[in-house]
Design a protein around this ligand. Structure first.
Ligand code: GDP
Length: 302
């Protein structure tokens, strides 16, 4: 099973999917457009969340970082007047340092991720969407800024005029991503931000064409006219999409075979050009994620 993922909604679904199928049968293609160098180490926020999820280390209160991590290095830097762009725990930083060292030796992000997976005993395949550097940039009245500066630095407050994925025109799915897409039939697009998490993956050269030939089931991250969490609504509106599950479906376009929308969703079926199924998509527990994952798997069989 292939799953396209960002760093909060889809990881919740992966928790449940792991109850249904063995990790060895799961491949996660992960957004890397929010990656950023912090204090000399490359942080790949969505990849890290997936790494920690599959290694059982994830802080599932925050959906980033390692549970019970300490923040000595971050605090020590602060004491010396250096404020990091992202809060990074000490153990979390170790992952980022290892990644950066491996890449300095000449390894790609994919190779570095694979080595980290092995060292953490992860059986699932975790594939960064591409090895090229891509950056989600947010246009605001105060000028353009990196997604992390907008979301973490400015707490998502500035008005958003546009979103650009810098470097995407030169980025392509990796050999590993292509190999898995050529050998598997079913793809889940988890409930992730359609603009900043799934958008960059779909924008990779040739990605939409390949996905058109697959059976693709998406779970909407939007219920009614608001996302369950995060800035998806603001960013969708800035990109000209209605903030609704049908707006998300339109954003994904003709690659979709089916969209799972929440049973509370007020959007009517007539607003969709594809088949929809209503289900409880609020993953407030691992058990609920498991039930949702089971339903998705049954849709692939029907
Ligand atoms: P990010 O990388 O941290 O932005 O995380 P993602 O892009 O993976 O996920 C963020 C999206 O997940 C948001 O748009 C939320 O609306 C959605 N989301 C979070 N939790 C849930 C949930 O339990 N159910 C559904 N349907 N969507 C969720």
């Amino acid at each position: 099973m292939i799953v396209l993922s960002g760093g909060t909604g889809t990881p919740k679904l992966l928790q449940g999917l792991r109850k249904m199928i063995p990790d060895e049968e799961i491949t996660v293609i992960v957004n890397t457009a929010e990656d950023i160098v912090v204090s000399g180490a490359l942080v790949s926020p969505d990849v890290d969340t997936i790494l920690y999820l599959f290694s059982g280390m994830l802080d599932v209160q925050k959906w980033w970082g390692i549970k019970d991590d300490t923040f000595h290095s971050n605090k020590a830097l602060k004491k010396m007047g250096f404020f990091e762009k992202l809060m990074i725990g000490d153990a979390d930083r170790a992952t980022c340092i290892l990644r950066s060292e491996l890449m300095r030796e000449g390894k790609s992000l994919t190779e570095a991720t694979s080595q980290i997976c092995r060292s953490l005993g992860i059986k699932a395949r975790i594939l960064p969407m591409c090895d090229e550097k891509v950056d989600t940039m947010i246009s605001t009245p105060q000028g353009g800024m990196h997604f992390q500066d907008f979301w973490v630095g400015k707490k998502g407050v500035p008005e958003v005029m546009d979103v650009n994925i810098q470097g995407i025109e030169k980025a392509k799915p990796t050999r590993e991503v292509m190999a898995v897409l050529n050998s598997e039939e079913n793809v889940i697009i988890g409930p992730s931000n359609p603009i900043t998490s799934i958008g960059p993956i779909l924008a990779l050269k040739g990605m939409r064409e390949i996905l058109t030939r697959k059976k693709v089931i998406a779970v909407s991250p939007v219920i009614g006219n608001s996302p369950v969490s995060g800035p998806a609504g603001k960013l969708m509106a800035a990109c000209g999409f209605e903030v609704s599950s049908s707006g998300v479906a339109r954003c994904y376009g003709d690659i979709l075979d089916l969209m799972i929308i929440d049973e509370r969703d007020t959007t009517v079926e007539a607003d969709f050009e594809i088949k929809t199924v209503r289900f409880d998509t609020m993953m407030t527990s691992v058990e609920k994620s498991g039930v949702l994952a089971k339903r998705i798997l049954s849709e692939f069989k029907s």
